[in-house]
Design a protein around this ligand. Structure first.
Ligand code: PLP
Length: 411
């Protein structure tokens, strides 16, 4: 196992000063930094193997295709899918969820069907369903949350019923830091002949994912949140569904035969991947998976829990800090949304940046959640495995300094 105290050196971007202070990067829920191991693979690909995939017979094209497809196998193993045919490369979680609303939605959703999501969803797991229900005359329903931000499972038992056609939920919230009981919710969905769609954007980077164990019908995630590049992501789908679904995009790469007035598609997974894909991105995502596997997803999860158990009580000790989501560190992932009494979260984030600490402030692409909690916005610190207890201390010190700075209402 890699030693967490030396892992930082793999991330050159972390060794810089921001506003004359050493950078502390705590915006990992938005995007993560990239280790040299991934950057080297990107560079190596473009310097040595760059060619289009599935087209040429020349050596470079064969190398590029082999590396691209090897990456698909790495993804399959990473999420414990049955076969690579079930692993589709996308641009990211948003694309995956939009494809589902279009493709699965158009094929299977009828007037009167209900699609169940929750109040904690990211906009990309809300808007595609709003659009779908409008097209189909279906209905969107929301699972309520408990005070600590867990899905209210008693309400879920009522709301997920024989009218439900899709249940689509985040595995891990990008605001509240909760892990949702997807397996149990998938059982409820399946008992009502509905499919279970999982937004895995905040889960795949931080914990072991087993789509078969969860019995998820679909699972979407993004490479850039797990040390990979932007513009590459994955949509997993069970073969039984993907075979019945139509592609969302049409063109090169995805066809078998093209006649004047009709065409046929390639087999899975390529029928969904129209046009030249993000080849370098997919290969670098494979490198990111190798990198994460070397550390071990269980180790990453435990280490992040350790950081959270360290930082939550210190945050609470400051006074005047409201922490959203579960209060027990055991139940809280590395995403910590908070507010400082009488200081707007944007001011908090700006003041922390002055101290070299990067956090996010705003609605976190979860406006319905903000309304549900009756909040305009929050600040959010999100940890990853390359963060340290020293980073947590810097956050705490910077928050204390911010509180002091705004004490007299000064800006
Ligand atoms: C829970 C969740 N879902 C979906 C997304 C969208 O991911 P992307 O912008 O990579 O498509 C995010 C990104 O912040 C997220 O946190």
């Amino acid at each position: 196992m890699r030693d967490f105290s030396t892992i930082r050196k793999d991330f050159p971007i972390l060794f810089q000063e921001v506003n004359d202070e050493p950078l502390v990067y705590l915006d990992n829920a938005a995007t993560t930094q990239k280790p040299t191991q991934v950057l080297d693979v990107l560079r190596h690909y473009y310097e040595n193997d760059n060619a289009n995939v599935h087209r040429g017979v020349h050596t470079l094209a064969e190398r590029a295709t082999e590396d691209y497809e090897n990456s698909r196998e790495k993804v399959r193993a990473f999420i414990h899918a049955k076969e690579t045919a079930e692993v589709l490369f996308t641009r990211g979680t948003t694309t995956g969820l939009n494809w589902l609303a279009r493709s699965y939605g158009d094929a299977f959703i009828k007037e009167g069907d209900e699609i169940v999501i929750s109040y904690m969803e990211h906009h990309s797991n809300i808007i595609p369903w709003q659009q779908l229900v409008e097209r189909k005359g279906a209905k969107l329903r929301y699972l309520p949350l408990t005070d600590e931000g867990f899905i209210d499972m008693a309400a879920a038992k009522e709301i997920i019923n024989e009218k439900t056609a899709i249940v689509s939920l985040a595995y891990v919230s990008n605001v509240l830091g909760v892990i949702n009981p997807i397996k149990e919710l998938a059982e409820m969905a399946h008992a009502n002949d509905a499919v279970m769609i999982v937004d895995g954007a905040q889960a795949a980077p931080h914990m072991t994912v087993d789509v078969q164990e969860l019995d998820a019908d679909f699972f979407a995630f993004s490479g850039h949140k797990m040390c990979g590049p932007t513009g590459i992501g994955v949509l997993y789908g069970k073969r039984q569904w993907l075979e019945q679904m139509e592609p969302v995009e049409f063109g090169g790469e995805m066809i078998d035969f093209v006649n004047l007035y009709d065409s046929t598609w390639k087999e899975l997974p390529w029928k969904f991947e129209a046009g030249t894909p993000n080849i370098a991105g997919a290969i670098a995502l494979g490198a990111a998976i190798d990198y994460l596997n070397e550390i071990g997803m269980e180790n990453i999860h435990h280490y992040e829990q350790e950081l959270v158990a360290y930082v939550l009580p210190k945050l609470r000790e400051i006074g005047g800090v409201t922490i959203y989501g579960p209060q027990d560190p055991e139940q809280h992932t590395g995403v910590i949304a908070f507010n400082l009494e009488n200081i707007h979260p944007h001011d908090v984030a700006t003041a922390l940046d002055m101290e070299g600490v990067a956090v996010r402030a705003g609605h976190h692409c979860a406006q319905p959640l903000m309304n549900y909690l009756n909040l305009p916005a929050t600040a959010r610190a999100s940890f990853y495995f390359y963060n340290t207890k020293e980073d947590a201390d810097r956050l705490i010190e910077a928050i204390q300094a911010t509180k002091e700075f705004f004490k007299d209402g000064a800006i």
